[in-house]
Design a protein around this ligand. Structure first.
Ligand code: PEP
Ligand code: MN
Length: 264
């Protein structure tokens, strides 16, 4: 399936400069945590604020998100900071609620991309709406599932599409939480050359100290932007505490990234 050049136009229409920086906490926890993080991010390169409202946890017993009550907090972020807002949707009901609360960009999580029935349900719920959708790679290293999810949104008439590379789970991984397996994302890029490709180094690394290196690799490979989990108090975050950074640390990472001069 062909993704045409004009499918990148939504980035310009939304004033999303290159590289796009999506930052914010893994989970929205409290209104205060969300707003404090957002106000600190306002003074960085961040142009889209992220926060998980519904958290799909691999095993039960963890924090599963605040749910609908968190959506007005995101709306406040938009009103008070001017940043666009994005959250993960995992079913048609999430889509309906996110749209009701003016969420600008929806993302599909790695545990959803693996399920064609759910992807189709979400795509159907978006018919006639055409909201920007970012599709994370599936948890397992299966390019066809990733491509298939993109195709389902495309077929449903979603023209504002992008993909997020968050790495792939393996039984044993010492260095990475989710191995990048860069070739899979590069292959996806070959099939959909004009689809914005965003790197999520947070879920690849699973730790703070390697975020810059992995982000630099993404930049060198011509990725269009980053999604980096950012929290005012990372060590005490309710989910993914080890990999989140403070807004100041995020700022340092984006400042340290080196755009390579390509000689002509
Ligand atoms: C997240 O972004 O917090 C998340 C749950 O990510 P993933 O779907 O990549 O695991
Ligand atoms: Mn997370």
């Amino acid at each position: 399936m062909e993704i045409k050049k004009e499918n990148r136009k939504w980035l310009d229409d939304m004033n999303l400069s290159h590289p796009i920086v999506i930052a914010g906490p893994c989970s929205a926890e409290t209104e205060e945590q969300v707003l404090k993080t957002a106000h600190e991010l306002k003074n960085t390169d961040t142009n889209v604020f992220r926060a998980g409202i519904w958290k799909p946890r691999t095993r039960p017993g963890g924090f599963e998100g605040v749910g609908e009550i968190g959506l007005p907090w995101l709306q406040k972020v938009k009103e008070e900071t001017g940043m666009l807002i994005t959250t993960e949707v995992g079913n048609a009901n999430h889509v309906e609620l996110a749209l009701k609360h003016d969420v600008d960009i929806l993302w599909i999580g790695a545990r959803t991309t693996v399920n064609p029935f759910v992807v189709q349900e979400i795509a159907d719920a978006l018919k006639g709406v055409d909201k920007p959708v970012l599709v994370k790679n599936p948890v397992n290293p299966d390019l066809a599932l990733w491509l298939g999810a993109v195709e389902r949104f495309k077929t449903a008439g979603i023209t504002q599409l992008g993909v997020i590379h968050r790495g792939f789970s393996t039984y044993n991984s010492l260095h990475y939480r989710n191995k990048p397996k860069w070739h899979i994302a590069i292959q996806l890029k070959k099939e959909f050359p004009d689809l914005p490709l965003i790197l999520d180094p947070s879920h690849i690394c699973g730790r703070r100290d390697t975020l810059l290196d992995v982000s630099q690799t993404g930049l060198d490979l011509n990725y269009d932007g980053f999604m980096i989990e950012t929290h005012i108090d990372p060590d005490n975050a309710w989910s993914d505490a080890k990999q989140q950074v403070t807004p100041a640390q995020l700022n340092q990472i984006t400042k340290d990234l080196k755009i390579r001069e390509v000689s002509s």
